[in-house]
Design a protein around this ligand. Structure first.
Ligand code: ATP
Ligand code: MG
Length: 432
């Protein structure tokens, strides 16, 4: 914190101090030039007065007299050799010329003000007059201003760096925690903070990683759980088949075992589909004839319905766009999944609608079944999630159908949602 503060402080303070000093110097120079002649005239009076005292033989103690004047006017007199005065480094060449010619010359006085010099008539000496009174306080004045600026700058910087430092620390701590595997931590920074965009991007990232890890964990648990049931059933049927004496009883057990194996196959093949979608290459849409795609989906849904021994009317879409911009294979698979569910839960009717407006497409599947309670709707898109009532595995399938639908929709850059259908049951919409 201190390092950041000091760095910023030096970074800001050094240039501003330099700027301040330069400004004061330039102002001083300009003012001097503007008032040069006026100053010379004023100095002329002082020179005349001092020289009168020095050269007046009637004044016995001219030094004492000058001292009195020095006290009254807060000036300093000095008699210097002319050579020395002409060697003055601080005096410009033009002023030196003036001095040599017997005129009043001046030069800067360190700490503010001017030093005036004039050659004493018919001598190789010069009288030097320095006004100390006004300028005595100039250095103090500058020092006070600089101190005030310094203190104000410190206060402003402190006020600015403290929250920034706190936010930085929060962000660093959150990054370290996430690096250490704790994805539940979020960076807590002020709303107006400079770091707010970084912190919010970091939080979104941490949240996504956390959700991803959670979904992986859920999937692993789900797979283990879902595999256990058919395997236990298989083991049970195997024991019974082994123990049974009668041929007919054994055949019955073998048939049950076959069904368990089919269940396992379904589970594995759906898991593979889900895995392939999760690791799919970037989505590259193609314009697919909508009619052909819808016909294929309807045909497969009808076939499955017949196999399942159900008879529900599936209404094809009334209006169809010419083409759909999608990945035909995965979208067909997703729509068959949704239609399979709709047929399974519908009482008598299922309807399919397709709408396309420019690049945006919505496909809806409505049924007149029991529908899905609103609190369950989002959850059902997670792997192995089912509505918590009697509709368990026996009445349903593997439990991955809607998870596949969600993955397909997201791969297309869209979403899948469940809502209420005008037919009274559930409406599953895929939009992208
Ligand atoms: N149209 C619907 N009406 C009512 N409930 C539904 C409907 N569609 C899905 N559900 C509920 O959502 C659950 C999850 O559906 P999902 O398609 O993911 O799995 P599944 O149908 O059980 O198995 P799978 O489709 O993998 O064979 C279903 O078990 C069912 O409880
Ligand atoms: Mg399903």
């Amino acid at each position: 914190m201190l390092r950041l503060f000091l760095r910023l402080y030096l970074f800001l303070m050094l240039p501003s101090t330099a700027a301040f000093v330069l400004f004061m110097y330039v102002t001083d120079q300009v003012m001097t030039q503007m008032q040069a002649e006026q100053q010379r005239t004023r100095a002329g009076v002082a020179f005349d007065r001092a020289e009168r005292i020095i050269s007046d033989k009637r004044v016995p103690d001219w030094q004492g007299r000058l001292k009195e004047i020095e006290k009254t006017f807060r000036v300093e007199h000095q008699i210097v050799p002319l050579d020395l005065a002409l060697d003055d480094l601080f005096m410009s060449a033009s002023e030196k010329e003036r001095l040599a010619g017997g005129d009043i010359a001046f030069r800067d006085r360190p700490g503010g003000g001017m030093v005036y010099l004039r050659r004493i008539k018919d001598s190789d000496r010069a009288l030097r007059i320095e006004w100390v009174g006004v300028y005595e306080y100039q250095l103090i004045y500058y020092a006070i201003i600089l101190t005030l600026i310094t203190v104000a700058m410190c206060a402003i910087l402190w006020r600015w760096t403290r929250p920034l430092w706190r936010d930085l620390e929060s962000l660093t701590a959150a990054t370290a925690s996430v690096g250490g595997g704790d994805f539940g931590v979020r960076a807590d920074v002020g709303k107006g903070s400079l770091l707010a965009p970084i912190a919010s991007a970091f939080n979104v990232m941490a949240q996504r990683v956390q959700a991803l890890l959670q979904s992986h964990r859920d999937l692993e648990q789900g797979v283990a759980h879902e595999l256990r049931t058919p395997l236990a059933q298989l083991k049970f049927d195997l024991e019974l088949a082994r123990a049974s004496q009668e041929e007919a009883e054994r055949d019955k057990r073998f048939e049950a075992m076959e069904r368990d194996v089919v269940d396992l196959e379904d589970l594995v093949s759906e898991l593979l589909v889900l895995a392939s979608l999760r690791h799919a290459p970037p989505y590259s849409p193609r314009d697919v004839p909508a009619r052909a795609l819808v016909d294929e989906v309807m045909r497969r849904a009808q076939d499955e319905m017949r196999t399942a021994g159900r008879s529900v009317r599936i209404e094809p879409p009334e209006h169809l766009p010419e083409t759909l911009s999608c990945d035909a294979k995965s979208l067909t698979r997703a729509l068959v999944n949704v239609l399979r569910n709709a047929v399974r839960y519908a009482r008598s009717q299922v309807a399919l609608t397709v709408e396309r407006a420019g690049a945006h497409t919505v496909i809806r599947v409505d049924d007149d079944g029991p529908g899905v309670p609103s609190r369950e709707r989002a959850r059902l898109f997670e792997p192995f999630a089912r509505v918590e009532d009697s509709r368990g595995r026996d009445s349903g399938g593997v439990g991955l159908g809607l998870a596949i639908v969600k993955s397909v929709a997201e791969w297309h850059g869209g979403t899948a949602t469940i809502s209420e259908s005008p037919l009274g049951g559930a409406r599953v919409s895929i939009s992208w």
